[in-house]
Design a protein around this ligand. Sequence first.
Ligand SMILES: C[S@@+](CC[C@H](N)C(=O)[O-])C[C@H]1O[C@@H](n2cnc3c(N)ncnc32)[C@H](O)[C@@H]1O
Length: 329
Amino acid sequence: MSGEYLPHISVLLEECLNALSIGAEGVEVPLFADLTFGGGGHSSEILRRNPHARLIAFDRDPEAIANGRALLELNGWSDRAKLVHANFDQLYPWFQANTPGLFNGVLADLGVSSHQFDAGDRGFSFRADAPLDMRMDTSDSSIDTAADLVNTLPKEDLANLIYKYGEERLSRRIAARICEKRIERPYRTTGELEEACFLSYPSHSRHKGIHPATRTFQALRIAVNDELGSLERMLAGLPNLLAEGGTAAIISFHSLEDRIVKHTYKEIVANKNNRVMILTKKPIVPTEREVEVNPRARSAKLRVLRRMENHGGLNGFTEREEESKLERE
Ligand SMILES: C[S@@+](CC[C@H](N)C(=O)[O-])C[C@H]1O[C@@H](n2cnc3c(N)ncnc32)[C@H](O)[C@@H]1O
């Protein structure tokens, strides 16, 4: 583990807790799933605010899990919270094998944690020179690192990856430069890749707007961790896991993720057997104040889905009433 686990400010915390109905009215021992434990900010608040709540938390990062175990122990929560070191696309198989009961709330706060980004040795950020790794699950040696992708993908595939996952206009130039240079010396560090991106930009735009390496790093991170595929596979199993009146709250941080959440929610609702409703026609976004305090929250979007009660509506409320409750709270 790379030293201490660095702090993470939880995004849209109150909005998530409202959406998940932490009090889970009428449920004596509600069960929640936090699919992205990270620094445990959301999980801790669930456990703190509802002393009866039970929690299953997933994270694929061994450092998050080790830190999480210590956190649960320290707070005396180990008997009602369980940490699972796995990709959340394993939620459904895990659920079938462990049969914990249906969830009253499921939360996913996608992307990387501040710890992963700031730790300096994980390779997610070009602000520190580090091995070009970017795996969230550092214990899985079968996953190609960012260096593996950069050094082995054919030029065309690399350009497409940078364009698709990074929405980088100069993807072809960047891929061409990478492929030209890797013949002399394979890429090993974030600094080497950052330089390739920087020099691929025309000199007059290198210092304008976001750093020239930002989109390429995002693209590689998404590819290394198969972030979009994991999200799609997790969402596919979700409707079967929610208890009556249970909610799913998902925070995304870029348009590729948000599009998947939005469209999959619609597909889930379209299947009448699922008996679910979308409670956020428009996503919930952070207030200006939250973005001021935590600039990493700026692109966050929260979308909420609820499984209906068997006797008809949503706890006796209409869909519009439920929506406006979330807006007000
Ligand atoms: C944004 S952080 C979560 C922060 C957390 N909500 C908090 O308040 O501290 C995202 C975490 O989710 C984990 N993660 C991302 N994708 C995952 C996946 N597919 N399966 C399991 N964990 C994942 C990352 O390793 C990271 O620790």
